[in-house]
Design a protein around this ligand. Sequence first.
Ligand SMILES: *Cc1c(COP(=O)(O)O)cnc(C)c1O
Length: 421
Amino acid sequence: MALVQEGTVSHVWPLGTTVDERGVLQLGGCDALELAREFGTPAYIVVEDDLRTRARAFLDAFERHAADYEVHVASKSFPSSPVLRVLAEEGLACDVAGGGELAIALRAGFEPGRIHLHGNAKTERELREALHAGIGDIVIDNFDEIDALERLIPHGSHQRVLIRVAPGVSPDTHPKISTGGPNTKFGFSTHDAPEAIRRLQASDRFDLDGLHMHIGSQILDIAPFRPALEAMARLGEFRTWNLGGGLGVAYTSEQSAPSIEDYVKNKVSLVEELIGPGHRVADEPGRALVAHCCVTLYTVQSVKRNVATWVAVDGGMSDNLRPMLYGARYEAHVVGRPGGGTVCHLAGKHCESGDVLVHDADLADPRPGDVIATPVTGAYGHSMANNYNGGLRPPIVFVKDGDAREVVRRETYDDLLVRDA
Ligand SMILES: *Cc1c(COP(=O)(O)O)cnc(C)c1O
């Protein structure tokens, strides 16, 4: 797959990406080779305009189709305060899945009342922190959590909550990121939900605002939202219907994904049809907001030929775990050589044979010292980054109108040792 086809780059690259006359990728108006030189590799390069544009696309689509709505970024998809700050500025609310993400979201500047807490095993400490911060909804996952919260909410005050229900529907996605089927660790079954609703409505500690579902991630066929909401609709009448996130994205140039507009329109019209008019529709996009804004840059360290050709770079499963966790596909390009021609495995530097970023990548004559770019790494890249082999987690660099600014620095060896007694 060549980087440039018919004079333009494919839809997997951040908005505004071009290739200059030497064949060098330009991200947010910045030269990718210069970015690699200035900030080192591996590096997450975030095109700020792409991030803002996708946030606006969600808000504009809801504005067109729904009278009452709220769009929450699922912070786990890119839990970095500079990234989340951009989304807060654009007017999104925020979901967190624990105390750590709550701290990041507060730092990013979200109003506490527009932060919502998820989780199937919230600790007492996390529930206390959420109550103390005065967050919006706590999304109740199980009966034990109702007991714990009831003990923690002071007499005379009450907490707004949603109930997470697993509607018994599995979208066509990888089993590891399918979350709404009948045998899942998330939420109440449709069988148990009525009892949870009764308990929350009977207690003066809770203000039950509505129901929540999240059926899975990287959803490329939006049809399963209908049977899922049908199952939820039988549970009663509520103000807020939160249909979770899950909109998939194209990771390779051959792939395509539903548009934000079609996804939003479908969800809003399902609520109107199956529940009725006058409800608040909430959505929780993660991947579809943040995946496309980011390109990871690496440097080739070695090229080896045995049965296949192995091109090894200075990152891998420490900065992008998705290929190893669930076989996620990416594409890769040599910066400055926009064609292809060498079919090879783009391998990471870690001590596992499974540490391969892209199987059967098509690179143009890769050599040591080349800079490699992999697009669509914004979602769950930084979030699942780790220090395997003592690796230093990469910096995050914002690019916009030709200016580059490091918003998260690269880790140092001191960072690796800072917690040691
Ligand atoms: C992960 C998650 C999301 C976001 O999913 P994406 O596929 O990234 O859009 C939304 N809601 C909940 C509850 C989640 O766990």
